[in-house]
Design a protein around this ligand. Sequence first.
Ligand SMILES: NC(=O)c1ccc[n+]([C@@H]2O[C@H](COP(=O)([O-])OP(=O)(O)OC[C@H]3O[C@@H](n4cnc5c(N)ncnc54)[C@H](OP(=O)(O)O)[C@@H]3O)[C@@H](O)[C@H]2O)c1
Length: 277
Amino acid sequence: MPTDPAGPPIGNILLVGCGKMGGALLGGWIEQGIAPQNITIIEPNETALPGAMPAEIGVCAALDELSDDYRPQTVLFAVKPQIMADVAPPYARFADGAVFVSIAAGKTITNFEEMLGSDAAIIRIMPNTPAAIRRGISVACANASVSDAARDRVSCMLGAVGELAWIEDENLMDAVTAVSGSGPAYVFLLAECMAAAGIKAGLPEELAIALARATVSGSGELIRQSVETVGTLRQNVTSPGGTTEAALGVLMADDGLQKLMDTAIAAAAKRSEELAS
Ligand SMILES: NC(=O)c1ccc[n+]([C@@H]2O[C@H](COP(=O)([O-])OP(=O)(O)OC[C@H]3O[C@@H](n4cnc5c(N)ncnc54)[C@H](OP(=O)(O)O)[C@@H]3O)[C@@H](O)[C@H]2O)c1
């Protein structure tokens, strides 16, 4: 089995679906030095594939194009949850020897045991799109059939695109999905709202967008680099009687951002629960 220079043996990876998240993972694996000849992609939509990809990566439009003797050590499902029940079951043929990894929102370990066999080794993961720039955060949960070696392999594969935390209680996955899986969209919306409000306050559109982008991305980087809590960073911008305090009086009111965020996160978590069925 091939060995990643910085980690455990990785073996053959079969990536099922190479859209936004699958493509982000693939980019991290290549950058990390996972041998491209050990990566095979099943992707029916040729236009979804990354433009520049090592030629050694195998690409098939469907599972039945794989040779009969092909054996993956990891099968990673990166297709939409709504089509998982149609896509996953035929991959049960790899259950003897492979660990199955799903990054699909809402789909539970039990869902996969039903599709792939009760003894199948399954890891459910929730990543997020900053994985595209190797700054994602993923949370993983494994069933009892997953070996330590498979855990190490998958830690290495997900570690290639950012941070990874393992949890034992799968019930936390709905809240994880609501906070970090969907979370980048909330931050992008914040930038959109700031730009729109800036335009309403009289700024030219281009300048308002540039200010919002730089403020959100710069503040994110400041959080990352600082040893202070996020609350302290906020207080550092807030002088008594100043402009920030005036704005925070609105955002931190009883019916302000926290209440909205609580409602939004609860809606996302509920949707994650619904996707299991
Ligand atoms: N995007 C996020 O922010 C995010 C975050 C966390 C988790 N996720 C999870 O990641 C998964 C993928 O999401 P995504 O945003 O990457 O979706 P996406 O961009 O639509 O990628 C999915 C890809 O799978 C392809 N596909 C369809 N049927 C297939 C089949 N039978 N075999 C192999 N590939 C097939 C799709 O092709 P077509 O376009 O032709 O359908 C598409 O290119 C989802 O389950 C989602 O819940 C996404």
